[in-house]
Structures are given as C-alpha cells and as structure tokens.
Design a protein around this ligand. Sequence first.
Ligand code: V47
Ligand code: SF4
Length: 372
Amino acid sequence: MATEKFYNDIIKNSLVDDNIKNIALKILENQRITENECVELYRNAPLGLLGMLAFWVKTLKSGNKVFYNRNFHIEPTNICVNSCKFCSYKKPKGDNDAWELSLEEILHKVSLYKGSNATEVHIVGGVHPDRDIEYYCTLMREVKKILPNVVVKAFTAVEIDYMVKKAGISIYDGLKKLKENGLECIPGGGAEIFDEKLRKEICPEKTESNVWLEIHKTAHQLGIPTNATMLYGHKESYENRVDHLKRLRDLQDLTGGFSAFIPLKYRSENNQMTSLGEVSLTEDLKNYAISRIFLDNFPHIKAYWVMSGVETTKLALQFGADDIDGTVDDTTKIYSMAGVKTKPVMTTSELCDLIKSVGLIPQERDTFYNEI
Ligand code: V47
Ligand code: SF4
C-alpha cells in the first residue's frame, strides 16, 4: 500500500533511536507489541510519531470514519457505599448535593425522549445501599415499555458486583437475570487501574480487579457487549498502565466481547486527591495513541468528549480515537462535579461539525456499532 510505504520511509529516515524505530516498523506491519515495547513507547517515543502510528492503526480499522450516537444519560443516584478517593460525585445521604431519583422521576425523564430518535439510554450511578437487583430489573422493564427501541446500556461492573452479592447469586445468574429484564450493553466504568496495590490505595472498597474482569468475561459469554475504561493521570506509573491494558487485551483475545476502550483522565476538583493536579494534554494524546496501538484487538477507542472537552477530543481523533460517544444530554454530574466545564449536551450537528473540523467523516452508529 502506498501509504504504508510512505510511513515506512518516514520511520526509516527519522532520527529516532533504533529501538523505537523497530517498534514503529512492527506496528506498521500490523504486528502486536509487547508490554516492554509499550513501556518504551510511553517513555521515549516522540509524540508526533505516536500520533502517526495510532492514526495508521485507526485508519486500518475504521478508515476515515468517526462514530457517534444519539444517547442520553440517567444517573439515578450519587449515594454510594464506596468512597473512592478520586470521586467528586459521591455524597452521603442527607448532604445538600446528594440525590436519589425515585422510579417515577427516572421514568419521567425517560418519557421526555419519546419521539426523539435517541437510540441508547446510558444508566449509571453510585452504588446505593438500599437498591437491589429487583429494583434495577423493574427499572429496565419500565424503561423498555416507554422506549421499546432504545438500547439499555447500564450499570458498571461495580454496581453489578453489589447487586449480585446482595442477592446472594452468582455473577452468571445475576447477569442472565439483568439481560432477561432488558440489559443490552454494559459500560466500561469502574475499571480504574487494575494494579492491586494502587487500587487499594485509591479506591479501597471497590470491586477487585479480577472480579471486574470476571463480570465482563461473563457478560461476553452471555452475549452482552461491554466497554472498558482506564483512569489515568493520578498516581499510576507507565508500568501500571501497561499492566491494565495487557489484562484487557488478554480478555479480549479470549472473548472478543469488548466494543470500545475509553481512557478517562483523572479530573482533580473537589475530591480527596485534588493536590495531585492533572496531567498535560501531551500525556493525554500519548495515552490515546498508545492505547490504540497496544489494544490491537479492540475495534474502537472512544474519546469521551464530556470528560476530555471538545478541543482535546478533536486532537484525540488524530491520535487513534474513532468514537466520540454521543449527544449525552444530561446533567452528567460525575464530571461537572470534578471540575469539567463542558456543558454535557451536543446536538448531532454539533457532533458532526466537531468530527468534520479535523477532516474526518462522521458516522452515526447504534450501541453495537451498526451504522445508521
Ligand atoms: O469508573 C470518577 C470515572 C467512570 C473521576 O462505557 C473519574 O461508554 C476522572 O465509565 N476524574 C464512570 N474520571 C464513567 C464511565 C463512562 C463514561 C462514558 C462512557 C462510558 C462507556 C463509560 O468515571 C468511573 C471512574 O473511572 N471517574 N471520578 C474523576 N475525578
Ligand atoms: Fe462510588 Fe463510583 Fe464514586 Fe467510587 S467512583 S465512590 S464507586 S460513585
């Protein structure tokens, strides 16, 4: 292919050291890179080279297209049994900023989308101590009665872990029940960082890494597609990031059930880790690019515009991302409470303009990446 030769010539004639050059040529030839090579890219690869390679990998997977969807978010509650140190969202019961929507309030919000062309509802919240799997099954059934054609993408593995433990049932039985009651896709939250030592430090009560992975594996076995995230830019090392990505790549080799990987930058306002501050835009772009390169078996890398902001999202599309999530249309407090200023709603024409502004082609999709 002419483009491949063009890239090949650039790499061979570039001034980067031989180690990086060899890894780059491997990527260009569509070969999988190792964990050590991945750490080497994080440490020593020039950003421009990473962007070129990640864009090449993205192009092989999705051409010039960038995907978006028509979705809306519902956050039933921010009351949570856990106390993750990076979380600006969780509030104790009775706090002025705490909320717990009743079933009626949630269904009222859902009914506002009748006739709206929305294809997906994303339902995620805190792990509420008084709510159980029956409650969430009822919620999904009622949502489907109101919007039968809208796909229910709901509950992080952390919420699911709590539901099944509370019900005293296995992960398999719990997920089967959720599926029978309307669950069609599981979002990628709660993965944070898999390294056990660091996980204990930043989110001590949270679902353990192996349980998070087991829930996603079981979902895939039941035919429920899922996403995966990684919270980066806090206390993790490059080795921690690579370990996280490797565990995801290994599971994807086994099941093929992940649709998208979503890097989530740690946002620092109003939480117990505020003093850490935030990493730079350079670090964000490096992370998008390396995720795209290393996760060679993930079909999509999502730049979640609500989290990253519009300008970083545009840049992420040059560094391997091929999806920007959707209209979202919500108060999406998880980020606004952590200091993100982006107003969490975009029209489809604004999403398309964002994509076109960097010379790429917008493609509407449904939750399962069928083109619409
Ligand atoms: O798991 C919490 C993260 C996640 C902060 O699957 C924070 O399509 C940054 O997973 N700074 C939930 N991040 C959101 C999520 C998600 C969002 C959009 C789409 C999808 C998808 C998934 O938010 C949590 C946690 O990693 N988070 N606090 C913070 N201060
Ligand atoms: Fe609860 Fe999620 Fe916040 Fe952790 S990140 S405290 S699980 S709402």
